[in-house]
Design a protein. Structure first.
Length: 161
């Protein structure tokens, strides 16, 4: 669903990406509109699907300093049905935070989280190693997160539309 967004919508969305628990009063101060107008806009943005979800992002400390892995998966080209089954299994896995179909040597890139190396190995063995759709996979472990965000750069994305 593509929603037509005006300048006020974009400013509100940028503010909400920073902190989605801001009150209508605080948002109104930032965008120069009345709290009631802001509240109506935010309700419309939610009901239209422009805001897909309101979530809490947990700190790594809260989660017990988990292990993060970037996994690149190369698929067998002649196995479309097993590849679709694999994707469904990846999407259903609570360990998979991100699943992207990509171009290049690999076909799928995953961001996988596990409590430790043993748990990651169990995940990889169960979900990747024995799957007929997987030709091969390579794993890189995250040593340090320099940046992690879900915020979209609205100004850059909307420029020129």
């Amino acid at each position: 669903m593509r929603t037509s967004l005006d300048e006020l919508d974009l400013r509100l969305l940028a503010c909400l990406q920073e902190d989605n628990l801001q009150t209508a009063d605080r948002l109104a101060e930032q965008v120069g509109r009345s709290p009631s107008a802001v509240a109506r806009r935010v309700r419309r943005l939610r009901s239209s699907g422009a805001i897909a979800a309101d979530v809490s992002i947990l700190s790594e400390e809260t989660a017990g300093q988990p292990l993060f892995a970037l996994v690149q998966v190369q698929l067998e080209r002649h196995a479309p049905q097993p590849a679709d089954q694999l994707r469904r299994r990846l999407i259903a896995s609570p360990n998979v935070q991100l699943c992207l179909d990509v171009s290049g040597t690999f076909d799928i890139v995953l961001l996988v989280v596990a409590p430790d190396m043993d748990a990651y190995n169990s995940f990889a063995d169960a979900v990747l190693a024995e799957q007929p759709a997987v030709r091969r996979y390579e794993t890189s472990f995250v040593k340090k997160r320099a940046k992690a965000t879900l915020a979209l750069p609205l100004e850059a994305l909307m420029r020129g539309r």
